[in-house]
Design a protein around this ligand. Sequence first.
Ligand code: TEU
Ligand code: CA
Length: 557
Amino acid sequence: MERQWWQESVVYQIYPRSFMDSNGDGIGDLQGMTSKLDYLKELGVDVIWLSPVYDSPNDDNGYDIRDYRAILPEFGKMEDWEVFLAEAHARGIKLIMDLVVNHSSDEHAWFVESSSSRDNPKRDYYIWKPGKDGKEPNNWVSVFGGSAWKRDERTDEYFLHLFSQKQPDLNWSNPELRREVYDMMTWWLDKGIDGFRMDVINFISKDEAYPDAPGGADARYQWGGQFFMDGPRIHEFLQEMNREVLAKYDCMTVGEMPGVQPDEAALYTAPERGEVNMVFQFEHMDLDSGNGKWDVRPWHLKALKEVTYKWQRALMGRGWNSLYLNNHDQPRVVSRFGNDGEFRVASAKMLATFLHMQQGTPYIYQGEEIGMTNVRFPSIDDYRDIETLNYYREAMEGGADESVVLRSIHAKGRDNARTPFQWDAGLQAGFTTGEPWIAVNPNYPDVNAAAALADQDSIFHYYRRLIALRKKHDIIVYGDFDMLDWDHPEVMAYVRTLEGRRLLVALNFYGGEPEWSPPADAVGCEAELLIGNYAEAPETEGAPEAATGAETAADTG
Ligand code: TEU
Ligand code: CA
């Protein structure tokens, strides 16, 4: 396929509430974001993905939208957003907006109408069903706990909400609703944005029989994913959206798709099918989960190799991968797959190398580039996330031990990613002059952007170099992928190839000093060391000089 700008881009995700507060109310905002664009320019990113800034009652921090065409006053005015876009563009940075159209807020005008009577013209914008034997229409569980259905007394029917009760699912089988969404997307594209990140977009087509989900008899509600993930009409809807809206613009799209498998992802992203450019898959995010995300298990390097290989190979020449290791829903990568104590700096750089040397478009989540870590708040009162608070309540009601529940929250809670960005060592990490909406991670005196900018060996400057390398060597973007040394217990090594050139990447995931040798056919060949996370690469016998680092990427001739 023809090379595209979004394949060669690096994307930076901003979670607006936690990025930069300009007016001391403790909430990040648009003027704050604009004031930090030079920082992003220095990092070298090409695209910003902005999590929702739309009008919202904030039941789920903006993923519950009340008005798709208005800015939440806490974040600023529409003019502030326009300035942000113009200032980003002036720096050569593109902007993609979050598109949350699997559901809206229950305070959206559509839902206010839809819920007012059974014969309201907008009734069919949402999914209403009568109860069954005095109970919910089926046994589906919501992602945030409890039934996925809520009974509305006014009309004595239930509406579907796969997320919170304040996030009713939109009815995509209604063509009028689809037209409204396409008009809204067009409106934003005409304002000059460069594309969309699409929230749980593979959930929009449901099995219209709404069958009960199979599952253990013990739980009252069951995961019904098989009846709405990659549902019956999903490709039809995405192709229609592409035809009606996206194809008319030079824009990029990434669909968030929990549960998606590579063959399906190849269908979503094959350029000739006209759906989306890339998807966020979740398999690597599930490696440390047992029965659900709160059941924390150790992850295994072998499994990470398998998932990496599977996705790299499956989309090679067919579609395109997005590359990410954390976002606003996930724990911090250095705490999860690295070591956020003794090896915080080294392992954050190693993980960055792991990600940025793969084929695909890399995404950096705010703070990742300075090695921000998980947080361990002592009390549930310090937490803000609806998923975390619901889990705590349900678990405690079920008689769980609080220390065990908090341990899961410390490892997996979404607020790990949502503490304020650590700009400097001053009060509240330089995020706000007031009281932040969620507490700052206490490690800000050591972990902050000012310190990182001042140190050429920092994680920040390492990310900057990785991004610059991607611009210089097309093998990093486009090279084929192969995994080496499947059975090495501590090292992941992979090789990229393009037009007779090879790029070797060797990553030590643990704190030891493992024995590892490069492949025999790389020994003795001419090589250039592209980057390594230690100033000097350790000696390895028989290795080409350039490929010897514990965590290095080398371009071998
Ligand atoms: O997330 C969708 C999703 O299914 C998961 O990411 C989930 O929220 C999380 O992993 C549970 O642990 C998207 C948004 O990214 C998320 O912030 C929203 O809460 C959710 O959709 C609803 O809009
Ligand atoms: Ca503010």
